[in-house]
Design a protein around this ligand. Sequence first.
Ligand code: PLP
Length: 410
Amino acid sequence: MPDDLAYTPIQRDPPNSSLAQGQKVNMSNQAEHPALLIPGPIEFDDAVLLSMGHFSQSHVGPPFVATFGETLSMLRKLFQTSNPASQPFVISGSGTLGWDLVAANLIERGEDALVLHTGYFADSFAECFETYGIKATQLKAPIGDRPQLPEVEKALKEKHYKLLTVTHVDTSTGVLSEIKALSELVHRVSPDTLVVVDGVCSVGCEEICFDEWGIDVVLTASQKAIGCPPGLSILMCSERAMETFKNRKTPPASYFASFKNWLPIMQNYEAKKPSYFATPPTQLINALHTTLTQILSRPLSERFAAHSEASRRIKSTVTSYGLKQLATKPENQANGMTAMYLPEGVKAAEILPNILKKGVIFAGGLHKEIAAKYIRFGHMGVSVTDPKRDDIDRALNALKEGLYEAGVKV
Ligand SMILES: Cc1ncc(COP(=O)(O)O)c(C=O)c1O
């Protein structure tokens, strides 16, 4: 962060009265609160939260322009792209805005998109495409699995698709997709098709090699493994994706989500020049700068290894409790979250309040066909990487006790 920036202390909330006596959560300097272990938003580092308390800055003044410019350059490192023609975007909004950015700029009305389905979020991406008059064909896998490469190959040979989308980790099922092999397949079978990755639940905890794997777009959001409060839509586009945008036959199908409006702004900020289309959320950009500085201070490989190690431990522990995951095959299992079925007769709505009493918040099910039957445990960011925190052990114990109280023999 540029050194003219000084922090003011953040206002502390009174201790959270919903915690039972003796269930204090040790969270450094933050007010006591239950550990938020849903698959996003996640727990945030103190320094990141303090950045949100920054005094007000002009969004076109040199200090903030420097912060934003550095943030965009750091994103290139996070996504592992060294091609200067790759283009990062950081825009006020949530992960959902990433879908609109893709639909409004990289494909045109009447064209076809192939949407690989591993859960709830593919349905929503497809719905977003339809809103823009784009024909979305979904290739679905059974719950807990992902479409297999030969099926994708067959679909790509049957019709020309302008782009293919894949959810790297579907947050509703905890299913991980294989981006490298998929991208290789698309380049081989349908070389014009853009490879678009929804990385909302993967960027920051799953490996992504943007250049090496030949990805055209990764869209994500601030609030999951990147470790910044919600409110930012983050996108990395390849040179090829930007060429596709420049060669559009029709204007972008949105005003706020138009690359035409945002591209010069992103390019100017990165060149440390002021410019304006719509006011950026200055406090959030400060927070993103802080978390990216922290993440990039260590090799990314260490971060991914820490997430996969924690995930292995969590998955083997919950298996020892008798719980089955939605994603049954080890290679399909996400490293930043675990979605697990509850034992017969135990409902999410019953067990989650018990777990909360022990100082831990898990999420209920989201996949509409089985929502009441499973729960989700998010293990991303500081809960995994900060050795001072005991969130993961606390969560595993809370789950064990919660099951026991629900009459399950653990
Ligand atoms: C995989 C995935 N894609 C997209 C979204 C939408 O992001 P947001 O809720 O930030 O709009 C989410 C949200 O959890 C998600 O998990």
